[in-house]
Design a protein around this ligand. Structure first.
Ligand code: CTP
Length: 468
């Protein structure tokens, strides 16, 4: 079969082909580029394999471009990389690899195209396009990868045990590709993952997190999580999540399966946001439920304070998974800690001060918090679900009206610490903080308006009280 070369590719492919002829090295495009182009997915990484020196080929090719691009070479790996327009092109010599069992660092030897295709992870990633004069553009497909692309199947080219033992990260990659491309994993390949799952322990947390985040960014991430769980991978790096699995029953009262609920919330939120960290907030929103679960006679199952417990667990989970510990973690922690607040405000108990406090606490994150809360409504009971949605809409409207009136969301104290110090002629002290807090509380409680004059008058009263 011949690959349909697009107009924008023809020039580049021909120049690589010319360079290959000059150094007399048979050359091919391989891997993800071929897969994605056949699937019609956008792709910017072009991997070129030659039977010879990848670095030499890259040099010969670079000379043909005007201006000559900067070449980044990694002599130790025999690779060279350059950027051309929006393509990142990497050149490497064809290799055979054998892996030691205690490491994922391969021992590399020169090899043929066939050797190179053999060592690849999945049949759909082992396709090559020839750039050689005699069969320019033809597809070399030793493992029927084209058929697997058509049938939407993830299959290893060799015995799955060998493929996964060579590089256990591939178990996650397989599930990630199945999630991203919405493919199925071939049953024998999947059994291979189950058998080799324990080998994941040699893979670094960073690489696991990269794959996991890609799964989280899929259209329907729950599918990837279910596969990770069934494969026996999820519990190894995310035991807090698998601890939510299952339903316990006492005196005929059962609670919901919080693992399935979490995945449903994640799918729900994924329909409304591409913000990875908001998706993470949905994954972690109930993560403390396993430890806060109690059975109370006459009441049933309770998870009191689970949002506080969940928020407290966020830094530890981020640290272990090597996710960023900066503002992103703080953002996730904030949303997790607040996720129960809007929905616990019901028509019966909602007061303006409770709404003002929510506006104040959520601040910038209010909109994202409300997206999370809506996604959290997963009840299967129609009446209950409608009640929750009505309540959610009621609270949203209240938030909108009160924010318009009081402007609490990006609250800045109308009277600053400096003003307090200047008026009373006092240095920075505990009392200045007490006066500031008192003003804030009075505004949130609705005792005074959120404006300078009212706050200044109130400051005078509180100053007398605290400073006398
Ligand atoms: N590959 C492999 N085993 C790995 C990683 C990569 O066999 N653990 C091979 C596959 O043939 C893959 C190619 O190297 O197609 C390029 O890898 P990479 O750039 O990581 O992945 P892509 O397949 O291009 O896909 P993506 O960019 O979505 O990760």
């Amino acid at each position: 079969m011949v690959f349909e070369i697009k107009a924008y590719e023809r020039k580049i492919f021909s120049l690589i082909s010319e360079a290959a002829a000059e150094i007399d090295a048979p050359t091919y495009i391989v891997g993800g580029y071929v897969r994605d182009r056949i699937l019609g997915r956008p792709t910017k990484d072009l991997d070129v394999v030659c039977v010879g020196s990848g670095i030499e080929l890259a040099k010969a090719f670079a000379q043909k471009l005007i201006p000559v691009p900067r070449l980044v070479t990694y002599a130790r790996f025999g690779t060279a990389m350059l950027k051309h327009k929006d393509l990142e092109i990497e050149f490497v010599g064809a290799r055979r690899e054998s892996y030691r069992s205690d490491s994922r660092k391969p021992a590399v030897e020169e090899g043929s195209l066939e050797d190179d295709q053999n060592r690849r992870d999945f049949t759909i990633n082992a396709l090559a396009i020839s750039l050689n004069t005699e069969d320019f553009g033809s597809i070399i497909d030793p493992f029927n990868g084209l058929i697997d692309l058509q049938n939407k199947r993830i299959v290893t080219p060799l015995n799955p045990l060998a493929t996964f033992s060579d590089d256990p990260l591939r178990m996650l990659r397989g599930i990630r590709f199945a999630s991203q491309l919405e493919f199925d994993i071939d049953p024998v390949t999947f059994e291979g993952i189950q058998q080799m799952a324990g080998r994941l322990k040699i893979i670094s947390a960073e690489r696991i997190a990269t794959e996991l985040n890609k799964i989280i960014m899929c259209r329907k991430p729950s599918r990837g999580f279910m596969m990770l769980d069934e494969a026996g991978l999820l519990e190894q790096f995310f035991p807090e999540l698998t601890a939510l699995k299952g339903v316990e029953k006492k005196f005929n009262i059962a609670h919901k399966d919080n693992f399935l609920h979490t995945l449903e919330v994640l799918d729900n939120i994924s329909k409304h946001t591409d913000n990875l960290w908001l998706r993470w907030a949905s994954i972690l929103h109930d993560v403390g439920k396993a430890v806060s679960k109690r059975f109370q006679k006459g009441v049933g199952w309770t998870f009191h304070g689970h949002e506080v417990v969940s928020a407290r667990m966020v830094p530890k989970i981020f640290k272990r998974l090597k996710l960023p510990l900066d503002q992103k973690m703080k953002y996730v922690q904030k949303l997790v800690g607040l996720h129960h607040r809007p929905i616990s405000l019901t028509k019966e108990n909602v007061t303006d001060s409770a709404i003002r406090r929510l506006l104040f606490d959520a601040g910038e994150e209010l909109d994202d918090l409300m997206v999370l809360c809506k996604a959290d409504i997963t009840s299967k009971n129609k009446d209950k679900k409608e009640r929750f949605i009505r309540n959610y809409e009621y609270v949203s409207e209240k938030l909108r009206v009160l924010e318009e009136k009081d402007k609490i969301r990006n609250w800045q104290p109308p009277v600053s610490g400096d003003m307090i110090m200047e008026y009373f002629g006092i240095p920075a002290s505990r009392e200045v903080g007490m006066i500031k807090t008192a003003i804030r509380e009075a505004i949130l409680e609705g005792e005074i308006a959120n404006e300078y004059e009212a706050a200044f008058e109130y400051m005078k009263i509180k100053g007398e009280e605290f400073l006398s």
